[in-house]
Design a protein around this ligand. Sequence first.
Ligand code: NAD
Length: 254
Amino acid sequence: MGELIGKTAVVTGGTSGIGLGVAQALGTAGARVVVNGFGTDDQIAAALKSISPDATHADADLRNPEAIATMFAGIGTVDILVNNAGIQHVARVEDFTSEKWDAVIAVNLSAAFHTTAAVLPGMQKNGWGRIINIASAHGLVGSPLKSAYVAAKHGINGLTKVTALENAEADITCNAICPGWVLTPLVQAQIDARAAENGQTNEQATKALLSEKQPSLRFTTPEDIAGAVTFLLSGSAGNMTGTTLTLDGGWTAQ
Ligand code: NAD
């Protein structure tokens, strides 16, 4: 508690799921937290209340690089950036529309490039910064029907390495976290689709989803991811950069 007092942290997609869990941990540790992400006024107000009294929301559709630049101009110097916002779309490659491809790449990959480029000059001036990219097990292995998502997540792991290398001497680290299944709205939508397609109950579809990929047969939680973020921000991880940290119940060990 309190170890991040005086630090400004931005969490993209911090209004829901994993990002909200991470933002809550950063708020508890004393950071001034700025969350970006969609939601109704009530949802955003509830999210901010759960993070900390001084947490704020910054509006920007991450598909729009100009909106990202305007958002960071309003925030000022950022010490900690968590690139977490993400969307999913499933279809075979030959059926994947270019609009969906562009949207998945824009939110899950290009946005992280634009946000990282926006915060690096301030971090370099301060001589300290931490960038954490929420990638996925799909940044390490593929699955059918997720071409854009898998490409974006492999891409963000590459961006992580290059950002780390370019700033290795500056006490600015960049690492990626690769979760397996986490039960959030993004995954519940996939469970709902499976249940509808296969005539299964929510419980059956959930069990099928887990047993297909995740040997532990249980979900990773937003709190688990927040714990990994807290570790990456700790002194013990000060010389850890350009890595991928997997929390996937054994998914990518197979
Ligand atoms: P979620 O749907 O709960 O949250 C996604 C967040 O991204 C929301 O806050 C949403 O408003 C925001 N967002 C989406 N499009 C945006 C846009 N254009 N501009 C601004 N914000 C936008 O999803 P989640 O499961 O918490 O996912 C968070 C991250 O974790 C994603 O990058 C996802 O790929 C990754 N991930 C999730 C899982 C999982 O099983 N849930 C597994 C591995 C990786």
